[in-house]
Design a protein. Structure first.
Length: 466
């Protein structure tokens, strides 16, 4: 080998060695020594109580509790475009949970997405938001979880195809998308606004559902709160792209997040029902702070937006509803027969609640105020019609029967098209029948693959609160 060739070969070898060293440094994380499981008496009661509230704000129980299972024992399937990831057991069981995790190991998982053994965690666990959680709040969460009932529940194997089943790939994802800076208060804003920002951007991880994602599954920061997809539901836009017929304000958001419904917006359903169920148990000051911050995100409505909201409220008055009808100009000729069928179904199955004038939560929301009907995506409305709204045991709560067993896909599609034409000024949805078929299929898969609940209701709200 000539001198220049040796030099080139040496440079290549050094580059390869440097690249391998850098890759190893990026991927490898050391294990953190196991500890003896601390007993419940090792933690201050006030710290545990604070951790309970924080866990509720973070909706931890609903992600780490399989339907009908033991609280925080994991096993919940989380579908992603890359396969299914199952949530982990975060009870203090020494063998299958986090009982041997030190507080330092817990904090590393929250901040860096690395478990005690040094394995990278999939970002279905939203550590990209939990980097904003303070040391004090991490300590309170750790205290709360370590005082729960230990449950032996071995981890279920994730169902991911290559290369997504290789955890070293997550290190590359983190290099691209994980921001490790913590939340910094904005001195121009009030203490309440900053508290809401800290919760929304951190533990509550609202953007995990309400922000669209790129092809690698990371949130698109340029479209923050513009709406996202979760469990075959559409998480609505929370910014100025909201399709709510009546603009949200801080008072309406507070009532909705605290009570699960608002007369101008309706009832929380799908994954959002789980969120508000948890928020009903936390200090109202934190819920108010979240509402104030989110109202700031959506901004002050434009004059046109205000007029649209006032028109929706006017249309929602009983006299307006009783006198309204489907205008022929709003329904294409090809849908005329379907509209007639939809009108008959509405009169027989829906009007007695939704046009009764009874206030929420005992009467149905006036459908002129329904975001599900005004939204460009009919999935949520299809899910609601098929599955209904289950009552919460022991509470006075909204209830609506599901029609999956009593209506065909064609009938549900006709009803959805009718509701869209009658109660909104938006164009018809394309492909409604396929949306209904997909919603029914997703519902069937959920019921078949989930263990039976502990009571007769299949609603996730029945899970034990933290």
């Amino acid at each position: 080998m000539t001198g220049p060739s040796r030099i080139v070969a040496g440079i290549v070898a050094i580059a390869l060695l440097g690249g391998a060293t850098a890759a190893f440094a990026i991927v490898w994380r050391p294990a953190i020594a196991a500890v003896e499981p601390p007993g419940p008496l090792a933690f201050d009661a006030a710290l545990v109580k604070r951790g309970r509230d924080l866990a509720a704000i973070g909706n931890c129980n609903d992600c780490h509790t399989v339907r009908g299972g033991r609280n925080f024992a994991g096993g919940l399937p989380v579908p992603t475009p890359f396969g299914t990831v199952f949530s982990s057991n975060i009870t203090p069981d020494a063998e299958t949970g986090i009982g041997r995790w030190s507080e330092a190991a817990f904090r590393r998982a929250m901040r860096s997405g690395v478990n005690r053994e040094g394995q990278h965690l999939y970002p279905t666990f939203p550590y990209d938001h939990f980097t904003n959680v303070s040391d004090e709040d991490d300590r309170a969460l750790y205290a709360f979880l370590m005082t729960r009932q230990p449950v032996r529940a071995p981890a279920r194997e994730n169902q991911l195809s290559f290369p997504f089943n290789q955890r070293f790939a997550i290190a590359g994802w983190k290099l691209l998308f994980l921001r490790r800076d913590t939340y910094q208060p904005d001195p121009r804003q009030s203490a309440e606004w900053n508290r809401g920002a800290y919760l929304v951007e951190g533990l509550a991880h609202c953007g995990a559902c309400h922000t669209p994602r790129n092809v690698l599954g990371a949130e698109r920061n340029s479209a923050q709160f513009a709406g996202g997809d979760v469990d075959n539901w559409r998480a609505y836009a929370l910014n100025d792209q909201s399709h709510a017929p009546v603009p949200w304000d801080a008072d309406a958001l507070f009532a909705y997040l605290r009570e699960g419904w608002h007369p101008d917006h309706g009832t929380a359903r799908g994954p959002m029902a789980e969120v508000v169920s948890n928020l009903s148990s936390v200090p109202s000051s934190d819920v108010r702070a979240i509402a104030v911050y989110m109202a700031g995100i959506s901004g002050t409505p434009t004059p046109d937006r205000k007029r649209q909201g006032e028109a929706a409220l006017e249309q929602a008055k009983p006299s307006s509803i009783e006198s309204s009808s489907v205008k022929s100009s709003s329904v294409p000729a090809s849908q005329t027969n379907a509209a007639g069928a939809g009108a008959s179904i509405y009169a027989a199955a829906c009007a007695s609640c939704h046009a009764s004038g009874r206030p929420l939560p005992y009467g149905g929301v006036n459908l002129a105020l329904s975001t599900a009907i005004a939204s460009p995506d009919p999935r949520n409305l299809a899910n609601i019609v098929l599955s209904g709204v289950q009552a919460i045991e022991g509470e006075r709560s909204p209830i609506m029967p599901g029609f999956a067993a009593s209506m065909t896909d064609a009938q549900v599609s006709a009803l959805l098209n009718y509701l869209r034409a009658r109660f909104s000024n938006q164009p018809p949805w394309p492909g409604v029948e396929k949306t209904v078929q997909d919603a029914r299929r997703a519902r069937t898969v959920f019921l078949m693959t989930s263990p039976a609940p502990r009571d007769a209701s299949a609603d996730p709200q029945q899970r034990e609160k933290p």
